[in-house]
Design a protein around this ligand. Structure first.
Ligand code: FES
Ligand SMILES: [Fe+2]
Length: 337
């Protein structure tokens, strides 16, 4: 078991609701467990992707007559895992527990589909504030499953110092930096970094999309969510909720939900502009995480040195592992970004 209990016991976003239409099934991976996710007329179903009969992948099957049918011998399973039919055999199977597929809890919230691997997970996924705020325009962005570890991706988005270099010209610049104050607040169940600055970043994105900037805040909501907010003097410019679902030990599936205040431009225009400017940034992070993972694999394990910019220290890792932090506010750190 390579994920800590804090991760295995959480709800995880596994797909966008729009990608699982009625009558379809899709394989998703979650903490090294393949899951057949499907939707019939009654709603969503999530079965461990292993037919109990001869271990055929159920995700290869089809949704028919109120269940998911395994292609091998045609056993059909309901959303709760019950075996509804064994074709060709006129025997009574109602209530036969040993024929059941393993079903998982599944929920749809705000356009995302969430799955819990066990009964320890709470009744509902814990979502950051504004996730479903009706006063904001929202859109989802999803780009498949990436090579690398979910935890390293979380560290990446919580780390502002890489943006000057890896995203030179798009977010910030490596040749011109702005003075900032970094303020880190530890909460019992999370951590946030506020970056106070008097003007927007010097990269293209801010120059085109941002009128003014007072601060940006990134907050980690363990185990898999990070919310980043950009705020001007008067109001929120942009809020991004990023979800990093661990697929396997070596891959993760990121989802991003972009939220902007209603009214300042049409939703479709904001979506097009954000996608246009962020596409290269996302590609840079994707490549970096894959390269980093390649090196860690080549050398056998991760080995990190903490430098002066790594002001979160091991606190992200503690939270990932389910250890609470002592609430506190660090002294502000002066830096240039
Ligand atoms: S393996 Fe699935 S029905 Fe036989
Ligand atoms: Fe990045």
């Amino acid at each position: 078991m390579s994920f800590p209990e804090s991760v295995r016991n959480a709800w995880h976003m596994v797909a966008l609701a729009k990608d699982i239409r009625p009558g379809t099934v899709r394989k998703v991976e979650l903490c090294n467990t393949p899951v057949a996710l499907f939707r019939n007329a009654d709603g969503l179903g999530a079965l461990v992707d292993r037919c109990p009969h001869r271990n055929y992948p159920l995700s290869e099957g089809r949704v028919t007559r109120g269940g998911l049918e395994c292609p091998y011998h045609g056993w059909r399973f309901g959303r709760d895992g019950t075996c509804l039919e064994v074709p060709g055999c006129a025997v009574e199977i109602a209530g036969e527990r040993r024929l059941e597929a393993k079903s998982l809890r599944v929920l749809e919230r705000h356009g995302g589909i969430f799955v819990a691997l066990n009964d320890v997970a709470p009744p509902e996924p814990d979502l950051p504030p504004d996730f479903g705020n009706p006063d904001l325009d929202h859109f989802w962005w999803q780009q498949g499953t990436w090579e690398g570890r979910a935890f390293d991706a979380i560290e990446n988005v919580m780390d502002p110092f890489h943006t000057n270099h890896l995203h030179h010209g798009f977010i910030r610049r490596r040749d011109r930096r702005l003075p900032v104050n970094l303020i880190v607040t530890s909460h019992g169940d999370g951590i946030e970094m506020a970056i106070e600055q008097t003007q927007p970043d010097l990269g293209l994105m801010s120059r085109f999309l941002e009128k003014d900037r007072q601060r940006s805040i990134s907050r980690y909501y363990p185990p898999t969510m990070v919310q980043a907010r950009w705020e001007g003097a008067q109001r929120l410019t942009l809020c991004v909720n990023a979800v990093f679902t661990p697929a396997t030990d070596n891959s993760f599936t990121p989802f991003a939900r972009f939220s902007t205040p209603k009214g300042f431009a049409p939703a479709w225009l904001k979506q097009a502009a954000i996608r246009l400017f962020l596409a290269p940034v996302v590609a840079q992070d994707r490549r970096a995480l894959a390269l980093q993972h390649g090196v860690m694999t080549r050398f056998g394990n991760p080995h990190f040195v903490e430098g002066p910019g790594d002001i979160l220290g091991n606190r992200l890792h503690k939270l990932w592992n389910g250890q609470p932090l002592t609430p506190s506010v660090d002294d502000p750190v002066e830096a240039t970004l």
